[in-house]
Design a protein around this ligand. Structure first.
Ligand code: UD1
Ligand code: UDP
Length: 375
């Protein structure tokens, strides 16, 4: 579309140049007026064709081909507003799915519900150790980049998908845009902290959600010109889908819980769930809370945590353990929970946007500066 506007601009200017010339030939213009008009029209052509001026205004990223990368549930949700905007602007883009998440309730259901176009590529890397998963994504993404030659690769967040895709693009000198850049927990023990720091340092465009994230980046000597404070795409996703949810789903009827009469709980961080003692004590704490307040705990269990609960042989009482739910049902639950208890980055942010009280079950939160952006 942008290219089309530029062509129309050039044709228009050439036509006007021709008319000016005809008028001059007929003696309607003096030589000086003719010179002025020719200068105007030829300058117009230069401006329209220049990628950094008028053309640049129409195409702020100054790219002609974009590759949008997703791999896990939160990336699909948080990239959905970006993908919609690419569609709206008629940009030349395609989506690459690494397949880090692959179960229908962690992946396909979000594409369906958010009305996203099918991914052009799915690497189907699946689960594995950090090195195995990251390595598979790195080489899979490289193959697609060599074939498709995009100008910029957009990644979102801090998963293994994000680091591997950013690294593959960076090694091929393809621009990397990092959505949700600059969040820090300052705890290198978390795999996500390593992913987000390394991704930021090999990115060319850093889309910081908040002023706090901007400060984090600049204090790590990332040049200011590369950083854009954009807000958080989770806000766009919530605003767009919350209104839709009530007309389409009824999670309260499905689960038999009353709005406002339950706690919503999620837990999946490696540091919380892979350690049996820690996982056991968090689950025990939730059981006590439910008993103390006489409220049910609705707990959509992440597949990682399900595997751990079964592996440790825990028997859980006083909680409604359910499969992960789709986005609209989850938003409905979140918006009417008495309290949210979570170790999820995305769920914390959504609770903030929805104005629902939230307890973060983590040693270190990554949301420095998040609140100020949405006050
Ligand atoms: C990953 C991200 C984490 C993010 C989370 C979002 C990394 C290092 N971690 O953690 O930052 O917050 O996604 O949910 O990138 N499994 C399934 N089906 C699936 C996906 C996973 O059953 O579709 C199970 C597998 O047993 C797998 C385990 O969950 O071994 C963990 O999956 P993995 O993608 O390695 O990490 P997450 O804990 O999901
Ligand atoms: N979510 C969902 N269904 C669920 C649990 C979470 O749709 O059963 C959504 C939630 O609304 C949020 C995102 O998944 O947008 C958070 O994903 P997750 O907790 O897996 O990852 P994190 O944000 O911690 O990286």
């Amino acid at each position: 579309m942008i290219f089309g506007i530029q062509i129309i601009g050039v044709i228009f200017a050439l036509f006007m140049t021709y008319l000016t010339f005809l008028y001059y030939k007929r003696g309607n213009y003096h030589l000086r007026d003719f010179g002025v008009w020719m200068f105007v029209w030829l300058s117009f052509i230069c401006v329209v064709l220049s990628p950094t001026s008028f053309g640049g205004l129409l195409n702020p990223l100054k790219v002609s081909r974009l590759m949008v990368v997703v791999g896990t549930r939160p990336e699909i949700i948080k990239m959905s507003p970006v993908i919609r905007e690419c569609e709206r602007q008629g940009l030349d883009f395609f989506t690459l799915h690494t397949g880090q998440h692959y179960s229908h309730n962690m992946d396909g259901v979000f594409f369906e519900q958010l009305g996203l176009p099918d991914a052009g590529y799915n690497l189907d890397v699946g689960s594995g150790s950090h090195a195995e998963q990251t390595g598979k994504i790195l080489s899979g993404v490289e193959g697609v980049l060599v074939k498709e030659s995009p100008d910029v690769v957009l990644v979102e967040g801090d998963t293994n998908t994000v680091l591997a895709a950013a690294l593959a693009a960076s090694k091929l000198h393809i621009g990397v845009g990092h959505v949700e850049a600059g969040l820090r927990s300052f705890d290198k023990g978390m795999p996500e902290e390593v992913n987000r720091v390394l991704t930021d340092h090999c990115s060319d465009l850093l889309f910081a959600p908040t002023g706090g994230a901007y400060i984090n980046l600049v204090s790590e000597n990332i040049p200011k010109e590369k950083v854009f404070v954009t807000g958080n795409t989770v806000v766009d996703a919530v605003n767009r889908n919350l209104g839709i949810a009530d007309g389409v789903v009824d999670v309260f009827g499905d689960l038999g819980v009353e709005p406002g009469e339950f706690f919503l709980f999620t837990l999946h961080r490696q540091e919380n769930v892979d350690d049996g003692k820690r996982l056991g004590s968090i689950l025990k704490g939730l059981e006590l809370l439910s008993h103390e307040f006489g409220l049910r705990v609705v707990y959509p269990v992440h597949p990682r945590t399900r595997k751990m609960i079964e592996g440790f042989g825990f028997h859980i009482n006083g909680m409604d353990l359910i499969e992960p739910v789709d986005y609209l049902r989850f938003l409905q639950l979140e918006s009417r929970a008495r309290l949210v208890l979570t170790d999820s980055g995305g769920v914390q942010e959504e609770a903030c946007v929805l104005g629902v009280p939230c307890v973060t079950l983590r040693e270190a939160a990554i949301l420095r500066g998040f609140w100020s952006a949405h006050d």
